[in-house]
Design a protein around this ligand. Structure first.
Ligand SMILES: Nc1ncnc2c1ncn2[C@@H]1O[C@H](COP(=O)(O)OP(=O)(O)OP(=O)(O)O)[C@@H](O)[C@H]1O
Ligand SMILES: [Mg+2]
Length: 316
């Protein structure tokens, strides 16, 4: 996938492959700028207006390769088969329209309902996402709701057509911890009711462990680890994932212990890298990692997961 900017072409995402079934949650983790959002949103044509993006390959949702669709049909699929939730509901909602109207409009468009039916559907959706007194909530404006309730409104819009897939891009990052837990619970219960696949983009390995069955770890535009959560968390294969797993706060940590993150910064996208993208930060860097990229090899059982051939067995 390439993005063309005035300063030249970038390849923010390169040779990735992942899948999620109905009823399953795939978490996507990785540092800021690693390509999590672009990987999921560019194929849906949800990148900022005016940005030139070129994608090769396919992106199948419920049996349709949306990468091959013209924009008009893509819009239809986007509404119908895939729902999207963003980190900041305020930016996705219209501040000057009542939330009931906004949900009803989407329901009307996607399901071909009359205005009356759509109003009724909007009210049902508000109660589906756990809003008490939905009839009264319908009449409120986004700014009259708390962050958690606004996020529920956005979820109601995203699931209005009972999509096969829900893509949630850091849906709880902007919320405080107790509300985060409620929203994650809501996503899980909706998933069960509607039998949706969920792609959950998050920075939080705790969230991954709690609700995902599969995880893809991104680093510098590549998926460097992919597989069942239990396998990846217990025996990570890539040094970057080892660092992420190490950074999960543990119960036995004394309170106030410094957060164990991964030192250093990810590479700047753009210039082709001569070395391994993680070499500057890896605890196991060897000369081969800087002189040309070390070979990556596939990990059995997870076709797109790769690790370097440098002795990562030493990591554990
Ligand atoms: N609007 C844009 N214009 C130009 N390049 C962009 C744009 N959006 C993303 N990119 C490029 O794509 C790369 C990946 O960005 P992306 O937003 O997917 O990262 P991310 O993993 O979602 O980060 P975050 O955790 O901060 O949301 C960026 O490093 C940048 O090079
Ligand atoms: Mg992002």
């Amino acid at each position: 996938m390439d993005i063309f900017t005035k300063n030249g072409a970038l390849r923010p995402v390169d040779r990735v492959s992942y899948s999620v079934r109905r009823g399953e949650t795939l978490a996507i983790v990785g540092e800021s700028g690693s390509g999590k959002t672009v990987m999921n949103f560019a194929p849906l044509d949800l990148m900022p207006v005016g940005l030139a993006v070129q994608i090769s390959g396919s992106f199948n949702i419920a049996g349709t390769n949306i990468a091959a669709l013209p924009p008009s049909s893509l819009r239809h699929v986007r509404g119908k088969s895939v729902g999207v939730i963003f980190q900041d509901p305020m930016s996705a909602l219209n501040p000057v329209r009542r939330v009931g109207r906004q949900i009803a409009e989407v329901a009307q468009k996607q399901l071909g309902l009359t205005t009356r039916q759509a109003e009724k559907r909007a009210e049902e959706l508000l109660s589906l996402v756990g809003m008490s007194d939905p009839a009264q909530r319908m009449r409120q404006y986004p700014h009259e709701l708390s962050g958690g309730l606004r996020q529920r409104v956005m979820i109601a819009i995203a699931v209005a057509s009972e999509p096969a897939l829900l893509i949630a891009d850091e849906p709880t990052t902007a919320l405080d911890v107790t509300i985060q837990a409620q929203i994650l619970k809501l996503l899980q219960s909706l998933q069960k009711k509607l039998n949706m696949g969920i792609v959950l983009i998050t920075h939080d390995m705790g969230v991954v462990a709690a609700i995902a069955q599969k995880v893809a770890v991104m680093y510098a535009g590549r998926i460097v680890e992919y597989g069942p959560v239990a396998d990846v968390l217990v025996s990570p294969s890539h040094p970057y994932t080892c660092g992420l797993v190490d950074a999960i706060p543990r119960e036995e940590d004394p309170s106030g212990s410094p957060f164990r993150g991964i030192a250093g910064l990810p590479p700047i996208m753009g210039a082709p890298l001569e070395a391994c993208a993680f070499a500057e930060r890896c605890a196991f860097t060897q000369p081969v990692c800087r002189n040309g990229r070390p070979q990556l090899h596939s990990i059995p059982q997870s076709p797109v997961s790769m690790a370097c051939t440098v002795k990562y067995e030493q990591l554990r």
